[in-house]
Design a protein around this ligand. Structure first.
Ligand code: PGA
Length: 252
């Protein structure tokens, strides 16, 4: 038996108005009433975090932010800080999502600063890593993912490492309908786990490594059954309460 409880998080990306976010959160809460043994989170856009947290208050479903700035406050127009996310009701935050890396200049260095800022604020950072298709075809998957993990987590104490989650999301599988084959996912997850062991010793066995990239109710059971896959980071399928709930149930 894995020592890790499964964790399923829904990344709503740039979807949902406040009213839509409330409605989706209400429907997810209703469908997952009484479901135990799995950690669950929804990650709405910033504008809906507080409203969604309100709907989910006193439920077991956590709320997260999709990004954060590493400073607590200051002249950083357009940015949102860890303390602001906490204030809005978030308990976790995505860091280094591939869409941030691809379109908004996120680097391993900025991801590292954000991971540290999240930890300092008491948010659980979910560090996202993953290779592009060209990197996979070039045989560089483990090198790229390994670098993203090492640099993203650089300088953390074992205690801090114990509060981090990793999400492995092959860039070619995000939003494309293509999913990594179970053996491809397991190979990378196992490699990430061994890097975590190097960095944090025994703590590594407790760190959840989620898989992301076109996770759907039909492919979730096979992925979630893999020994080093501790959950799922779900994009598209998390925007419907029924499909998100089905994925959560597949994790039990
Ligand atoms: P997807 O997105 O499930 O729509 O592929 C996953 C993610 O980007 O977190």
């Amino acid at each position: 038996m894995s020592p890790r409880r499964k964790f399923v998080a829904g990344n709503w990306k740039m979807h949902t108005t406040i009213a839509e976010g409330r409605e989706l959160a209400r429907a997810i809460r209703a469908q997952l009433e009484g479901v135990e043994g799995v950690r669950i989170a929804v990650i709405p856009p910033f504008t809906s975090v507080a409203a969604v947290a309100e709907v989910l208050r006193s439920s077991r479903i956590e709320v997260g932010g999709q990004d954060l700035h590493w400073e607590e406050k200051g002249a950083f127009t357009g940015e949102v800080s860890g303390p602001m996310l906490r204030d809005a009701g978030a308990s976790l935050v995505l860091v280094g999502h591939s869409e941030r890396r691809q379109y908004f200049g996120e680097t391993d260095e900025s991801a590292n600063r954000k991971v540290r800022a999240a930890l300092a604020t008491g948010l659980s950072p979910v560090l996202c890593v993953g290779e592009t298709l060209a990197e996979r075809d070039g045989g560089r998957t483990l090198e790229v993912v390994g670098r993203q993990v090492r640099e993203g987590l650089a300088g953390l104490t074992p205690d801090e490492l114990g509060r981090v989650c990793i999400a492995y999301e092959p860039v070619w599988a995000i939003g494309t309908g293509r999913t990594a084959a179970p053996e491809q996912a397991q190979e990378v997850h196992a490699a990430v786990r061994s890097i975590l062991r190097e960095l944090g010793g025994n703590v590594a066995d407790a760190i959840p490594i989620l898989y992301g990239g076109s996770v759907k109710p039909d492919n979730a059971p096979a992925l979630l059954a893999l020994p080093d896959v501790d959950g799922a980071l779900v994009g598209g399928a998390s925007l419907k309460a029924s499909s998100f709930s089905a994925i959560v149930r597949a994790a039990i």
